[in-house]
Ligand binder design. Structure first.
Ligand SMILES: [Fe+2]
Length: 332
């Protein structure tokens, strides 16, 4: 069952978006940036819309996790059952508790969000000649309890975070810097043999681009920059990932380095993305992947849990009698 956003309400708003300078566009994806947008004013992200979304959102696409307080302990990440809670109940529990819901594939679920994200990339594509054939690859709406964190990690695709409600802190660490991400890590993440989480240590923060995000801020970074988040209060953000000719080339180079060059014992594997060799790497990686010739990554996630969202509890959750697989473990 799909949510129907009130189109009349949406039509009363001026079209949400952003108005960046020429220099902002020139630096997009090349440097860390904290810029402005006004998507938070859209009815698509109102309290009413969020409750309606959560009421009907397919449970296979509604991830829910709790976690600890130490940013160095990413293994504290624990799945939580949503069960048949309503949107209002989930939001009430989020305010009381310490967990995070992630509405993955928001653009596949609802045409209004798809249109917003498509317009976003049309505008970036028109103004960023250094990014060719940009298109959405993955988008998710994140709704978080006060104080929760997202551990330091690295996403394969290029991405950014549009902040919509509340206050959160973001740390972005330099991309392709072996102090934070040894080349092996990036290759294994691309090959899905390693989880995206990076073994973070507190000294990383001395080298971070650090920003406090308020509604209407968007933070972006060069592809493969590790990053982590801490929420101050109740938070809502939209994370969007994109594919482009350049981003696919970088993935292809790392993929070929992992699957071919590393297996041939080549220690110094170039990550140069320009030129014939880089193009051959990308072609051979993508063609081999498409033909099913590459060994499948064995990265696994834990989906078994006995924690359930419960708005009647002071903690926003309760413990079940037995552990079982969460509904979102059956995602497609
Ligand atoms: Fe991320």
């Amino acid at each position: 069952m799909k949510m129907e956003i009130q189109r009349t309400q949406c039509n009363n708003l001026s079209k949400p978006g952003f108005d960046w300078s020429k220099e902002d566009y020139q630096n997009f994806g090349r440097k860390n940036q904290l810029l402005k947008h006004n998507y938070h004013q859209s009815e698509l992200f109102s309290d009413t819309a969020l409750e309606a979304l959560l009421d009907n959102y397919p449970r296979k696409w509604l991830q829910c996790y709790t976690m600890g307080t130490n940013p160095e302990h990413h293994r504290d990440w624990t799945p939580v059952h949503i069960a048949d809670r309503s949107g209002a109940e989930i939001i009430e529990a989020l305010h009381k508790g310490r967990f995070w819901v992630n509405l993955i594939h928001i653009d596949k679920y609802n045409d209004d969000y798809a249109s917003l994200i498509s317009d976003m990339y049309d505008k970036i594509g028109e103004n960023c000649p250094h990014i060719s054939n940009i298109r959405s690859s993955f988008s998710a709406l994140l709704i978080s309890s006060p104080g929760v964190q997202v551990y330091c990690h690295l996403d394969t695709d290029a991405n950014m975070l549009w902040h919509l409600k509340g206050v959160k802190k973001a740390w972005v660490y330099p991309a392709d810097d072996p102090r934070f991400t040894p080349q092996n890590y990036i290759e294994e993440i691309v090959a899905e043999e390693r989880h995206e989480n990076i073994p973070y240590e507190k000294w990383f923060d001395k080298h971070a681009f650090h920003a406090e995000l308020h509604a209407g801020d968007v933070v972006s970074w060069p592809q493969h920059s590790p990053h982590r988040i801490e929420n101050i209060g109740f938070n809502v953000s939209l994370t969007t990932s994109y594919a482009s000719k350049e981003s696919r080339r970088l993935i292809g180079v790392h993929g070929a380095n992992h699957h071919f060059l590393k297996k041939w014992g080549i220690k110094n594997r170039s990550i140069e993305t320009k030129g014939l060799i880089a193009a051959l790497k990308e072609f051979s990686y993508l063609a081999s992947k498409k033909l099913g010739l590459l060994k499948k990554g064995e990265r696994t996630s834990t989906y078994i849990s006995d924690i359930e969202v419960d708005h009647t509890s002071d903690t926003g959750t309760r413990i079940r009698d037995a552990k079982s697989r969460t509904a979102f473990s059956y995602t497609d």
